[in-house]
Write a protein that binds this ligand. Sequence first.
Ligand code: DC
Length: 225
Amino acid sequence: MIIAIDGPAASGKSTSARRVAKQLDFLYLDTGAMYRCVTLAFLDQGIAFSDLAAVERILESIEVNLSDENGEPAAYVNGKNVTDKIRSVEITSNVSPVSAIREVRTAMVRLQRKIASKSDCVMEGRDIGTVVFPNADVKIFLVADAEIRAKRRQDDLRALGEMKSVEELVKEIEARDAYDSTREHSPLQKAEDAIEIDTSNMTIDEQVSKMIEIVNQQKENNEKL
Ligand code: DC
């Protein structure tokens, strides 16, 4: 079973998707973290994003691993723990252009499908219900008010020791959404058959319950067929 969870930046996907996966005993895959890992590798190696030969060279050799360590998500690039690094302001401000590169998407989508072929999976991102798994069993699209998303992002950054104003974060979030939604390849888009949840006024517990309710409803529908 594949549960696809898409939505714009800081709409509440990661925390709720991870908890849904845990509750269902499914694998959880944060595809945004994969694009962040690739961005880190590009920046570390100092390549221009427009240099396709260099992009392909790195994609051929990079090893991205996402895991769960004592209930917390961890990310590794070529064996090195980059969990905190990929959440930095520098990566966040470069990840949209990197994830818009067709070759990057092709490589990541291939990896995402391979990982999900081995197990039931809750996968979250921007194009899971539209491109990666258009036949996903359940498709959920999360949205939330920009200011509320900015406040959530501010909390995440504070935990990393970085500080930004809500106004600045609203601008950044809106710019990233605009970039992700208008890019040529696999733009952020709600799948026609996705169920939308507005998380603006919901606690994480409420989001998780709602998502589990949708999954159970879908399971019931499948059993009836
Ligand atoms: O979910 P996130 O904020 O960590 O995602 C980081 C970026 O990665 C986001 O701005 C767009 C890109 N992304 C994507 O293009 N496709 C996905 N399936 C997931 C993320």
